[in-house]
Design a protein around this ligand. Structure first.
Ligand SMILES: O=C(O)c1cc(=O)[nH]c(=O)n1[C@@H]1O[C@H](COP(=O)(O)O)[C@@H](O)[C@H]1O
Length: 270
């Protein structure tokens, strides 16, 4: 199924704009999982199974798996999501960016090896560095635009021809790169004014919005700034605040409660 079709269905069917980010840090796992060779898979699997009916997508961050030589556990996790929670899109957060021939390999890795439905990509190297992802007709390509970190302003806020660089990226993607309708943009919840500006520039394009929860972004302001006319249009990501809501054997139940609370807080402003 096309990423955009699955995302729209999940927004409606789960009544949710919440994206649970899968950033597994073994140092923060509950004691009973410590030392298990499949601890990363098992931790994420339990969170996935406890929250899948509450999310519009999952977003595994590849660095947390690669750093621990756990790419096989990432493969198994995405396979598990597709098998047990069909229709739940998986956004592989890899923030790739390289020349076309190398990007082709990254696209194979994301879409054919890991079987992700969408990937985050850095637009800095320009159109030909993004084309290899765009050629997969059913996959989503989510480009960094206005990132949630304070240093994002170093480059993204530079003036280019009378507008800010992030505005140029939003316009370029909406008017040119999105010819097949499979692009999205990343805009941090820590910058609601810029979410509103990106929404203005991009129509109904889906926005991946990290930065609520651990980074302190304001849910009400995020939803007000970014929702589309039909109250959708957003994948609002929370990772640590949900994954580590509990510390003990009941961590998955604690994650579910945190996801329920976060979804309700988001829906209160739709
Ligand atoms: O592309 C992203 O997902 C992303 C972009 C951005 O601007 N800021 C940002 O925090 N992220 C990711 O979103 C997640 C945020 O995690 P928490 O702060 O724990 O909710 C991490 O996986 C980040 O890598």
């Amino acid at each position: 199924m096309h990423f955009m079709t699955a995302l729209k269905a999940a927004w409606q069917q789960r009544d949710s704009l919440l994206c649970v980010g899968l950033d597994p840090d073994p140092d923060r796992f509950p004691a009973h999982l410590q030392g298990r060779p499949d601890a990363i898979f098992e931790f994420c699997r339990q969170v996935v199974d406890a929250t899948a009916d509450l999310v519009c997508c999952f977003k595994p961050q590849i660095a947390y798996f690669a750093a621990r030589r756990a790419e096989d556990q990432l493969e198994a996790l995405i396979e598990h999501i597709h098998a047990r929670h069909p229709g739940t899109p998986v956004v592989l957060d890899a923030k790739r960016g390289d020349i076309g021939s190398t990007a082709e390999q990254y696209a194979v890795e994301a879409f054919e090896r890991f079987k992700a439905d969408a990937i985050t990509v850095n637009p800095y190297m320009g159109r030909d560095s993004v084309d290899p992802y765009l050629t997969y007709p059913d996959k989503g390509v989510i480009l960094l635009c206005r990132t949630s970190n304070p240093g994002g302003s170093d480059l993204q806020f530079l003036e280019v021809g009378g507008i800010k660089l992030y505005e140029h990226v939003a316009r370029l993607v909406a008017q040119d790169w999105n010819a097949s309708g499979n692009c999205g943009l990343v805009v941090g919840a820590t910058f609601p004014a810029e979410i509103a500006r990106v929404r203005e520039l991009t129509g109904d394009m889906p926005l991946l919005v990290p930065g609520i929860g651990a980074q302190g972004g304001d849910i009400a302001a995020t939803v007000a700034a970014g929702r589309t006319a039909d109250g959708c249009g957003l994948m609002i990501n929370s990772s640590r605040a949900i994954l580590y809501a509990g510390k003990g054997e009941d961590f998955a139940a604690a994650a579910r409660q945190a996801a329920l609370d976060t979804r309700a807080a988001i829906n209160a402003h739709r």
